[in-house]
Design a protein around this ligand. Structure first.
Ligand code: S3P
Length: 448
């Protein structure tokens, strides 16, 4: 929802070692896609382990507004009775995607090739984010968008009554843009082709194939070329959502930083387009291992085991790894503060247009907490002070950004003085059980 409730200040401090198992919620990316693809199928899709964070609940509400029957059966079990490709009804009210860039961009794509007019909005964070990256390719299908200056929400999109297929090279590394074009292509006749120079998370492609769409993927000189045949009849699926590696990142990094910790994070999806953080942490010298490696539902999975690591070193993160860990740079920068030497992060311009400008938000908070940070438009460098030598003791702003809030709360578990986050309420968008899960492991996290 676009309203923002009462701020919830939270604090975190050094204390006990973290011990136990951290059962993190379902994957956010896969949860959104399960609801949307379910709504575009004819018949009943059943979902287990859906993330019940506000972002995904807003997508569920949107699918109802387009005419799908979405039912919450309790304990992460949901069902969606879809209306089929091309079957979306025109919503009678504004679609409010709250804080979710993924939600609004994917839904815009899915609705853009139907003859309906839809107005979208979101919270202050979402209303500040660029939508032109999605409405530009949607215009090629014949959809017309009217938004605020700079292509911001609120925005009305008049869907194409007679959509044409599109060939589109995505100009920024963005799975949201790629997915919006593919979802729009579903209701265009003929073949829609999307080309991405750098591979981004591929859940849309995998799930479209699973729902029965005809999809071909080739690696060529231009990059990854995805060809989708339009107007398929999508078949409903039974989906078990893997647990979210981007949420796992927080208890994993907390365990690396809090003395004496040993935490197991079971059943984590390790799709290579998502797992870059864990590779990076191992390169820094983290005591992190994959146990029980296996494959489930076509996705690699493992239990992650993270133990306190007093001797990590800063590294240069290869820029070509950025897409596979784009949401994890905030918490990586916190780990980097406790490593020795410089951690260099390049090729990360996209961090400036997330729920907040994440380079700016983290750099300000890290500096206030005693860490030197250098930054440019698409790079930043954190000068680590090593374990036991990070002052902390400040209040930082979360800026309506769940990952900024969680990153600084993880940081406070190892700084010399406690950290305070001015508003931890955005955590509910992606990780509603964060506080309970972390305190259950023994973390000194509390409301102020
Ligand atoms: C997502 C794509 C990424 C990521 C976001 C989820 C998705 O955004 O940051 O949290 O599910 O497609 P971009 O596509 O803007 O990189």
């Amino acid at each position: 929802m676009s309203g923002h409730g009462t701020p919830i200040p939270m604090t975190s401090r050094k204390g006990e070692a973290l011990k136990g198992a951290a059962h993190v919620p379902g994957d956010k990316s896969i949860s959104h896609r399960s609801l949307i693809l379910g709504a575009l199928s004819v018949g009943e899709t059943r979902i287990e382990g859906l993330l019940e964070g506000q972002d995904v609940l807003d997508t569920a509400a949107a699918m109802r507004a387009f005419g799908a029957e979405v039912t919450d059966h309790g304990a992460g079990r949901w069902s969606v009775h879809g209306v089929g490709v091309g079957g979306f009804a025109e919503p009678t009210d504004v679609i409010d995607c709250g804080n979710s860039g993924t939600g609004v961009r994917l839904i815009m794509g899915a609705a853009a090739t139907s003859p309906i007019t839809v107005t979208y909005t979101g919270d202050a964070s979402l209303r500040s984010r660029p939508m032109g990256r999605v409405t530009d390719p949607l215009a090629l299908f014949g959809a017309r968008a009217h938004g605020r200056q700079g292509g911001r929400l609120p925005m009305t999109v008049v869907g194409a009554a007679e959509p044409v297929p599109v060939r589109y090279a995505v100009p920024v590394p963005s799975a949201q843009v790629k997915s919006a074009v593919l979802l729009a292509g579903l209701n265009a006749p003929g073949q829609t082709v999307v080309i991405e120079r750098e591979a981004t998370r591929d859940h849309t492609e995998r799930m479209l194939a699973g729902f029965g769409a005809e999809l071909a993927i080739e690696d060529g000189p231009e990059g990854r070329v995805i060809t989708l045949t339009g107007r398929p009849e999508l078949r409903p699926q039974d989906i078990t959502v893997p647990r979210d590696p981007s949420s796992a990142a927080f208890p994993v990094c907390a365990a690396l930083l809090a003395e004496g910790s040993d935490v197991l994070v079971p059943n984590i999806g390790l799709n290579p387009t998502r797992a870059g953080l864990f590779t990076t942490l191992v390169e820094m010298g983290a005591d992190l291992s994959y146990e029980n490696l296996r494959e489930e539902g076509g996705e690699p999975m493992a239990d992650l085991r993270a133990r306190f690591s007093s001797d990590m070193q800063g590294i240069e993160v290869p820029p070509e790894r950025a897409a596979s860990m784009i949401d994890e740079y905030p918490v990586l920068s916190v780990v980097a503060a406790f490593a020795k030497g410089r951690t260099v992060m390049r090729g990360v311009r996209e961090l400036r247009v997330k729920e907040s400008d994440r380079i700016d938000a983290m750099a300000k908070g890290l500096r206030a907490a005693g860490i030197e940070v250098e930054e440019g438009p698409d790079w930043w460098i954190v000068h680590g002070r090593g374990h036991g030598d990070v002052p902390g003791g400040v209040t930082v702003e979360s800026r309506l950004d769940h990952r900024i809030a969680m990153s600084f709360l993880v940081m406070g578990l190892a700084t010399n003085a406690a950290m305070v986050v001015d508003d931890a309420s955005p955590i509910a968008t992606s990780f509603p059980i964060f506080e309970a899960l972390m305190t259950g492991l023994g973390a000194g996290i509390a409301r102020v």
